[in-house]
Structures are given as structure tokens and as C-alpha cells.
Design a protein around this ligand. Structure first.
Ligand SMILES: *Cc1c(COP(=O)(O)O)cnc(C)c1O
Length: 374
């Protein structure tokens, strides 16, 4: 027989995810940490690498890592779940609480994986767009939740890619308004320093997502975790792949977590660099900058995609172009890098912008010259 029968209908209008990983000297497109894991931690790991049991399956419950995370958050290990990156946990939540006939409330523009995973799992996506300043439309959300048919709410806090936190009072109103599972995605918690953790006791439907990918230099390892009520964690454990978090990842993440104070200085430095980027961009003519509590800054500029290309091709600076995302027309996002990277980015920006102004003056002059001749 020839040919291949069609896959599930839901896949027809999806594209495989491609982060457009072009190489550049200054990589500021994926909200990664600019530096590798500190040398002292790598040294400790290398010492023990020889005796690592690569031949054994990992502990499916990631007991050691869960216990460390639970302890740090004043929880029991049964209230923690470790995943292959936060992304896997988002997918697992949709497998457990979404699916055919069920609904996700999505607040775009926001992290694209919520919508993509909903689509893949057959979950209906109900969207309530954010307001022009990218804050959540609280009235609309509360009114929609009042209809009682939403199964999951996902809120990126702070919101990637726009940068701001949702006011805690609104998050509490949302939790009071619904028995849907409410995921507060704290992927940037270490930079925003705001958490909904204190509200877990009162709201068993609250789950919190964190990751080792951003503040802890482990994006390549793929480790994230959920904090939630033990009944919720138990349900999500039913749908997860038992061995999705490798033994190696568990080991490295546990080592990094134990030594996490070592990262504090780097985090403070990134917060300072973020403020430098916010300040530097807001001083540039023609740029609208949005406040950020993450390790990234979103800004709007005319002909953003052309500017994105100029930064890459003339200055080897790679940032993220959101120009084609609904609600983010002409928006670019730059990750907060090292001090040197931030300087290179800001210099590249003012170069590109002044080249633009010059060419505009020249085209203006050329146009006037033509006018005069006419
Ligand atoms: C980066 C990110 C995650 C998770 O990233 P992982 O690398 O999969 O842990 C989750 N949510 C948001 C909003 C993010 O930006």
C-alpha cells in the first residue's frame, strides 16, 4: 500500500516548534542565563561523575530533588512534582485537567506553549486578551470564570514576553472566583521575587510552576517543578512519563539547588542589568519600553522586523521578534545578558536607530531635491 494516512486532525494547522536558533555573538533571544553553572559546582560534579550509575533507570519520583524543593518551600514532598522542564509540566497539566470537551482560559499575549499544548491535547482555548498595557483584564476574566465552565487558567507571572506581574489582589480574586486549576507560572520568580506560595493553603486549586532554566543556568538540562496540593500532584503523576527526568538531570539539579546561594549574586547582577536595559531603551527616541520583572525586556519600535535583522546582520546581536504575534505588532524582546552583552546590545541599538534617522533624512533630502526639480 502507498502513502500514509492522516494524523489527528488537530495537527493540521500546527507547525513544528522552531526557536529559530541562529548563531550570533550576542545571544539574547531565549531568556537563558548568560553564564554557565559556576565552576565550583562543575568541579564538584566532575569529581563524582566516574561513580555515576548511567546504566540505571532514574527514580521516577525524583525523591531527593523533590525533598530539597519541598523543604525550601515549607511543603511536603507530595506537594512537589519535577518535570522535564517547566514545558513538560504545562503539557501534563493539560493532559490531566484539559482534553476533549474541556477549556483552558488563556490571557494572550503570553507564553505560547499554553495555547499550543491546549491545541495538541484537544483542549478548547478561551482567550481573554490583555489590555493595551498588557495587564490582565480583571473584570473580563472574573466575569468569564463566573460562567463556571473553565477547567484550567494559566497565568504567566511575570508575563512572558510582556514583563509585568499581575497584581496579587487580582490573582486572589481569580482564585476565589473559580474551582478551575489555576497555574501561576513563576518561571521568572527569582527575578520578580514575588510568589503566590503563601496562598496555597487556602486555595487547593492553585499550582505554581518554577524552572531551573532561567536563574539557575540549566536551560540545557530541562528541569522544572510544580508546587501544588498533593491531590493535584497525584493526578498529574498519572499522566506523566515515569522516566522523563533523567537521573543525570535530577543529580545536577539537586546539586545546583543545594548550592543555590551561589547564584544569588548573579541574579542581583541580572536585575541591575535589566534596569540598565530598561533605562537605556527608554532614553532612545522612537522606542516604547514595557516595564519588566523578568530577565527580559519587551519594547515596541517602528519596523521592528527590519531592526531585528539589522541587529543580527550588522552587529551579530540576536533578540526575539514577536512582530507576528497577535497583540505584539512591532514588538521585540531582549533577554537580560551579562553587562558586556547589554552594552553591546544598547550600542547596536543606537547605531541602527541613528543609521535609520540618517537614511530618513537623506531620503527626505532626496525627495525635496526631486520636488525642487519638478
Ligand atoms: C521559560 C519558561 C517556562 C519553562 O521553561 P523550561 O525551560 O521548560 O523549564 C515556563 N513558562 C514560561 C512563561 C517561561 O518563560
Amino acid at each position: 500500500m502507498e502513502g500514509i494516512r492522516d494524523p489527528r486532525e488537530q495537527l493540521l494547522d500546527l507547525e513544528p516548534y522552531d526557536a529559530k536558533g541562529v548563531a550570533a555573538d550576542v545571544m539574547l533571544s531565549s531568556n537563558e542565563h548568560p553564564f554557565n553553572v559556576p565552576a565550583e559546582i562543575i568541579a564538584r560534579l566532575s569529581d563524582r561523575l566516574e561513580s555515576f550509575d548511567f546504566n540505571r533507570y532514574p527514580d521516577p519520583t525524583a525523591r531527593k530533588l523533590r525533598e530539597l524543593i519541598a523543604q525550601a518551600n515549607g511543603l511536603d514532598a507530595t506537594e512537589v512534582l519535577v518535570g522535564n522542564g517547566g514545558d513538560e509540566l504545562i503539557f501534563n497539566i493539560l493532559l490531566a485537567w484539559g482534553g476533549l470537551g474541556r477549556k483552558l482560559l488563556d490571557l494572550p499575549p503570553t507564553f505560547a506553549m499554553y495555547g499550543i499544548d491546549a491545541h495538541v491535547t484537544g483542549t478548547e482555548v478561551v482567550q481573554i486578551p490583555r489590555k493595551d498595557d498588557f495587564f490582565v483584564d480583571g473584570d473580563a476574566v472574573l466575569e468569564r470564570l463566573g460562567q463556571g465552565d473553565i477547567d484550567i487558567v494559566m497565568i504567566s507571572h511575570p508575563n512572558n514576553p510582556t514583563g509585568s506581574l499581575t497584581p496579587e489582589t487580582l490573582l486572589i480574586d481569580i482564585l476565589n472566583a473559580t474551582d478551575a486549576l489555576v497555574l501561576v507560572d513563576e518561571a521568572y520568580f527569582e527575578f520578580s521575587r514575588h510568589t503566590m506560595r503563601p496562598h496555597m493553603q487556602r486555595h487547593p486549586n492553585l499550582v505554581i510552576l518554577r524552572t531551573f532554566s532561567k536563574a539557575f543556568s540549566l536551560a540545557g538540562l530541562r528541569v522544572g517543578y510544580l508546587l501544588g496540593h498533593e491531590d493535584v500532584i497525584r493526578e498529574i503523576m498519572k499522566v506523566r512519563q515515569p522516566y522523563s527526568v533523567s537521573a543525570f538531570s535530577q543529580w545536577v539539579a539537586a546539586t545546583v539547588f543545594r548550592e543555590r546561594v551561589v547564584f544569588q549574586q548573579g541574579i542581583r547582577e541580572l536585575i541591575r542589568n535589566r534596569d540598565r536595559l530598561l533605562h537605556g531603551l527608554s532614553n532612545m527616541r522612537g522606542i516604547e519600553v514595557f516595564p519588566s520583572e523578568g530577565n527580559f525586556v519587551l519594547f515596541r519600535v517602528e519596523h521592528a522586523s527590519a531592526l531585528w535583522r539589522d541587529l543580527l546582520h550588522s552587529h551579530s546581536v540576536l533578540i526575539r521578534d514577536f512582530g507576528r504575534a497577535p497583540g505584539l505588532e512591532d514588538c521585540l524582546r531582549v533577554t537580560v545578558g551579562s553587562e558586556a552583552e547589554c552594552s553591546k546590545f544598547l550600542e547596536a541599538m543606537s547605531d541602527v536607530l541613528s543609521a535609520r534617522r540618517e537614511s530618513r533624512i537623506m531620503t527626505g533630502a532626496a525627495a525635496r531635491a526631486t520636488d525642487e526639480r519638478a
